[in-house]
Design a protein around this ligand. Sequence first.
Ligand code: F6P
Length: 252
Amino acid sequence: MYTKGNIQMKLIRTKNYQEMSKEAARFINKRVHANPALTLGLATGGTPIQTYENLAKDYQQNETSYQQITTFNLDEYIGLPETDPNSYHFYMQKHLFSKINIPNEQTFIPNGQSDNLAEECIAYEDLIKKHGGIDLQILGLGHNGHIGFNEPGTSFEQRTHIVKLAESTINANARFFDTMQEVPKKAITMGISTIMESKEILLLVTGKEKYNALTKLLHGEIDPSFPASILNEHNNLTVIATEDAIISNKIS
Ligand SMILES: O=P(O)(O)OC[C@H]1O[C@](O)(CO)[C@@H](O)[C@@H]1O
């Protein structure tokens, strides 16, 4: 248990990415078994890929059914069609939805192709509310502290909104695209306020390149310049991190 101010977060240290992913899948499965109609918030990016593979394995081995759960994704790029391999719609089909028994109509991802993006943001918020809010939100951690696509400087009060991606995020995402021009510059994301209203949050952090970001989260000030810092104020937060994200290997 890690204590900061009055709030306690549970910090689970794992040896490597494989162990983190196993631990994360176990954590999620436990919640699905306790509440088969769980409303689950999902993240994309590199971090949760193996967690999703483990969830799919659990379904294939008849351990867990996802038939009654509902999912809400954090974010989607603006302008990428759902069929684009870099869209988060495509990512979710590829890594999870096509491998488990969740009905399509119970999976929600912001529509980054909507003609009216402002309306899409409001509709997404309404939908989450209609489902009674998110029971468990999975998060990854951006190098610059972003959660969802809430970039540094985003107000903690924000709800689902349109964002201009930070240069550092565009550069980090470039590894998935052939050319820099193809990397989307805008996205639609759940806001920090939306995320913080989740009843429970599971943050996954992997690799030494996330060491600085995790250190800032654990030991830094709570400040909009580092969006993830607000998680310290959530009363039901678990962090599962790899050893190298928690302890620096740098020789000083
Ligand atoms: O896991 P990555 O690829 O390091 O990305 C960090 C986070 O940034 C996002 O891609 C932004 O949505 C998250 O979904 C992700 O968890």
